[in-house]
Design a protein around this ligand. Structure first.
Ligand SMILES: *[C@@H]1O[C@H](CO)[C@@H](O)[C@H](O)[C@H]1NC(C)=O
Ligand SMILES: *[C@@H]1O[C@H](CO)[C@@H](O)[C@H](O)[C@H]1NC(C)=O
Ligand SMILES: *[C@@H]1O[C@H](CO)[C@@H](O)[C@H](O)[C@H]1NC(C)=O
Ligand SMILES: *[C@@H]1O[C@H](CO)[C@@H](O)[C@H](O)[C@H]1NC(C)=O
Ligand SMILES: CC(=O)N[C@H]1CO[C@H](CO)[C@@H](O)[C@@H]1O
Length: 349
């Protein structure tokens, strides 16, 4: 449909050919080289589009500038809502770069060369309707200041962030997804406290030695594997009302660091405690469905960890149980287990 429109318009308006470029280059993502930074060309729809980007007439609120070897920010027309700048070599965002881009809803800047020093303090300040900001795979050492409070999805994983402060995330009432994994975070203080809508938090592969304080209570998925956590706070999971998936593999958890009944909470669907230093199977709720305990130092199969009572109506809902890479073998599983672990079709020892 839009192809027909483009043909129609380009027949009427030879303007689109005036650059000696293939006017359909945006279709297959190949643009001519030799950008003239900052210059705008009129597109067939009357919008302005920078030479180095593509603004499809069929979707005029989007601007595609990804994967073009850009080292600086292009000029952004004020009507653009969806801006794709990923996979370039952009090193800086001056305060002026986004000053007119007040309609932006999505800003994709992942896989660039951005550093905290080269992103000006007010660079993102005017983006009052921004909902998605992708900054992963850059060289940030801290979360940029003055991010729009309207954000719903912030991805800043695979950077070099060492510290997250309360001011970084304050007032982000609508933030539901936060990807901070693969950084070097040692300290988050109470920065997560304000995130009342947060449902997915990924802080795996950092340098945390304890679980962050003041976790948002509506979390649905919480990933903190590959840190250096050796103990969990008392009543740690009791505060969550909707938590279903928790992953804590590759930490340094010991039996001593896990208060009893920590995991005996209903609602949890998946619990990953693999690659830790546990010697016992922790008590889990009968409603848990997937439990990963491989590569610990478990010496005993304690059926009471899964069922305190077994009868027709009381049994474990566990489907997956991984116990391989521990110090037990199949003979250590008592025969009455089949009564309790009635649904476990996938047990690995
Ligand atoms: C922003 O808009 C103003 C007014 O139209 C213009 O003078 C200025 O050059 C624009 N700046 C950028 C970076 O686009
Ligand atoms: C970003 O980090 C990479 C890998 O550490 C490095 O090669 C590159 O030079 C850095 N770029 C900047 C702009 O600091
Ligand atoms: C959160 O979203 C609601 C509903 O879309 C909106 O009214 C409110 O202004 C947003 N909050 C922030 C801090 O932007
Ligand atoms: C787990 O919690 C339930 C409900 O709160 C309780 O009935 C059960 O005895 C607990 N299991 C163990 C092994 O403590
Ligand atoms: C000890 C225990 O968990 N008993 C439960 C067995 O199942 C019935 C019916 O679901 C519950 O009412 C009991 O509390």
């Amino acid at each position: 449909m839009w192809l027909a429109i483009v043909f129609f318009l380009s027949a009427l308006l030879p303007l689109s050919l005036s650059h000696g470029q293939d006017p359909f280059a945006w279709l297959y993502g190949r643009q001519s080289q030799g950008y003239s930074h900052g210059s705008l060309q009129a597109s067939t729809t009357g919008w302005q589009c920078p030479d180095e980007c593509d603004c499809p007439p069929s979707f005029p609120v989007a601007m595609y500038c990804d994967g073009r070897g850009l080292t600086a920010m292009p000029t952004i027309p004020s009507h653009v809502k969806y801006l794709y700048l990923q996979n370039n070599a952009i090193t800086a965002v001056p305060d002026s770069a986004l000053i007119n881009a007040t309609s932006l809803v999505w800003l994709m800047m992942h896989h660039n060369q951005l550093t905290s020093e080269a992103v000006d303090k007010k660079a993102f300040l005017k983006l009052e309707g921004l909902e998605r900001l992708y900054l992963q795979h850059n060289n940030f050492t801290s979360i940029p200041p003055n991010l729009p409070r309207s954000l719903r999805d912030l991805r800043i994983n695979h950077n070099k962030i060492e510290k997250v402060t309360p001011a970084d995330l304050e007032g982000m009432d609508n933030l539901t997804i936060l990807y901070l994994h693969d950084n070097a975070v040692t300290d988050m203080s109470t920065s997560l406290k304000a995130l009342t809508s947060l449902t997915l938090l990924d802080i795996s592969s950092n340098k945390l030695t304890k679980v962050p304080e003041a976790l948002p209570e509506h979390l649905h998925q919480f990933y903190l594997e590959s840190n250096s956590i050796d103990a969990l706070p008392e009543g740690f999971l009791g505060r969550f009302t909707q938590l279903q998936y928790i992953r804590m593999a590759h930490n340094q958890l010991t039996d001593k660091g896990i208060p009893s009944n920590t995991f005996n909470v209903t609602g949890l669907v998946e619990l990953d405690l693999s690659f830790n230093q546990l010697q016992r199977i922790p008590t889990v709720s009968t409603t848990l469905q997937h439990l990963y305990l491989q590569a610990n130092q478990i010496k005993e199969f304690t059926l009471g960890s899964f069922c305190s009572v077994v009868d027709v109506t009381n049994f474990s809902k566990l489907r997956t149980l991984r116990l391989d890479g521990n110090e037990i073998s199949r003979q250590d599983v008592p025969s009455e287990s089949s009564m309790c672990l009635r649904l476990a079709s996938d047990i690995e020892i």
